[in-house]
Ligand binder design. Structure first.
Ligand code: GLN
Length: 487
């Protein structure tokens, strides 16, 4: 296998024994970018090759001089273009932020730099993370490396496509309603959305602040544990970040699923589920039972309202968060304005794409006087009911298991004209964000046509270790995570 297609922890092992150098790893990734990027359009901005190679050589020098090298050090990693990077353009997939060069790093970027980050570039995404296909990017869609006529999922589709294709070894994404897990499922990667508050949101451009959470896209559970450990932790600059110690997640990569009780959600069954996804999920359940897991049915009665609740709360928060893009403070300013109010109006008219405008209108409506109680407040109440449902379920089971997406990767353009069809793709992921829980998608297999399918685990708050343990256990008896798209 080409080095650019190997998991990061495997490559780290190899460089520790001198079998490969970090420079060779970086060269392999750079060559793959040359080859695959024109076909996939996963990147919005690239680090120049010289810098990537220099960063790699730095790690090699450290090793040969006998110093300890962190597993992530010098390894080519990518970031969704939602994370602020000092001195490097950060557009959030929007024309509104074209040319915006942040004067500071997001906390997660700072933390990765501390471990010797070797950034390949910034990856494509749905504008302001609103979408499930990366087609809402103002800079053109990204294609799925498994089938370039299909979407890689979204909104972190650029990161997913880059990692799946070997154009980076791993990457960071964000997940407000599924944007890490769903693209992971569409590209056969591991995607871990941590508990709300586990990872700092400072410097992560806000979409819906009570739902947004940064996380990782990797080739396997080991890499997810490594990367999560590097970015998790309390941050005084994000008041919602949790002040709890960060466990050594790599320690969770052991044990098995013997006797572990997994919840099968009654309300998820059937709900818009594609037949092949459903059959395959059954096969996954058998695999889990073969590992000794016990499958029990649980009920989440409020689940039927989750999609509606999400599409009130997320747009409401977005309409408020995106108020800061006024043509004055950041990025784009219309050249056609004749007075101040036209600066606001025309900059927003020209800077935002159709989906972002739709969300701002929905949110502004839900928050307006007279409708606030009927929509926003009611949605908050149902959100609390859903959390209570999850808590009750976790008294019976250790984790919940379900498909990540109700459908396999779909064709480019297929769902663009009907927003509801696009929103429905998140039915199995967004309840997790509403309840603030950690969720993880792992490679669960392939359709008959060779399209990736994801298997999702959901755990109680701050129990990411359970997810990693389940993923690791599943990897012991399956080889889905070892397959790569033909590039
Ligand atoms: N697809 C969902 C949305 O459009 C979730 C996006 C996300 O998680 N950032 O809102």
């Amino acid at each position: 296998m080409n080095p650019c297609e190997q998991p990061l922890h495997v490559l780290h092992q190899m460089r520790t024994t001198g079998e490969i150098s970090t420079e060779e790893i970086a060269k392999s990734v750079l060559a793959r970018i040359q080859q695959a990027e024109p076909k996939l359009h996963a990147y919005l901005a690239m680090t120049d090759e010289k810098t990537v190679l220099e960063n790699a050589r730095k790690a090699d020098k450290k090793r040969t001089s006998g110093e300890v090298v962190h597993p992530l050090e010098g390894m080519p990693i990518t970031l969704k273009d939602i994370f602020c990077t000092q001195g490097m353009e950060t557009t959030c997939g929007s024309k509104m932020l074209k040319g915006f060069v942040p004067p500071y790093d997001a906390t997660v970027v700072e933390k990765l730099k501390h471990q010797g980050l070797n950034l390949t570039g910034k990856t494509n995404m749905d504008e302001f993370a609103m979408g499930s296909s990366t087609e809402n990017s103002a800079y053109g869609p990204t294609k799925n490396p498994w089938d370039t006529s299909r979407v890689p999922g979204g909104s972190s589709g650029g990161t997913a496509a880059a990692v799946a294709a070997g154009m980076a070894l791993a990457g960071l994404g964000t997940d407000t309603g599924g944007s890490i897990r769903q693209p992971a499922s569409f590209t056969s990667l591991v995607g871990l959305k941590p508990t709300y508050g586990r990872v700092s949101r400072y410097g992560m451009i806000a979409f819906a602040s009570s739902l947004d959470q940064g996380g990782v896209l990797t080739r396997d559970a080991e890499d997810a544990a490594l990367l999560l450990g590097a970015i998790a932790g309390h941050d005084p600059r994000d008041s919602t970040s949790a002040d709890r110690p960060v466990p050594d997640y790599t320690q969770a990569l052991q044990g098995d699923l013997k006797g572990v009780r997994l919840g099968l959600v009654k309300q998820f069954q059937g709900a818009g589920l594609d037949k092949e996804v459903e059959d395959h999920f059954q096969a996954n359940l058998n695999e889990l039972q073969g590992l000794g897991a016990e499958v029990v049915e649980v009920s989440l009665p409020a689940l039927e309202y989750a999609l509606a609740v999400y599409y009130i709360l997320a747009p409401s928060e977005a309409s408020s968060n995106l108020g800061r893009f006024d043509g004055i403070r950041y990025g784009l300013r219309s050249k056609h304005a004749e007075d101040l109010s036209q600066v606001y109006q025309k900059s927003r008219e020209e800077g935002f794409g159709p989906e972002v405008k739709r969300r701002i209108m929905l949110g502004t409506f839900a928050l307006s006087a007279g409708y606030y109680d009927a929509y926003y407040n009611k949605a908050l109440n149902v959100r609390r009911m859903l959390s209570a449902d999850f808590n009750r379920a976790f008294q019976q089971v250790s984790m919940i298991v379900c498909p990540t997406s109700p459908v396999p990767p779909f064709k480019l353009g297929e769902r663009l004209s009907d927003p509801l069809q696009m929103y429905l793709v998140d039915s199995y992921t967004l309840p997790v964000n509403l309840a603030g829980l950690p969720g993880m998608s792992i490679p669960g297999g392939f359709t008959k046509g060779g399209l990736p399918l994801g298997l999702q685990f959901i755990a109680p708050a701050f129990q990411e270790e359970k997810l990693l343990q389940a993923a690791h256990g599943f990897q012991q008896v399956t080889d889905y995570h070892l397959r790569r798209p033909v590039m």
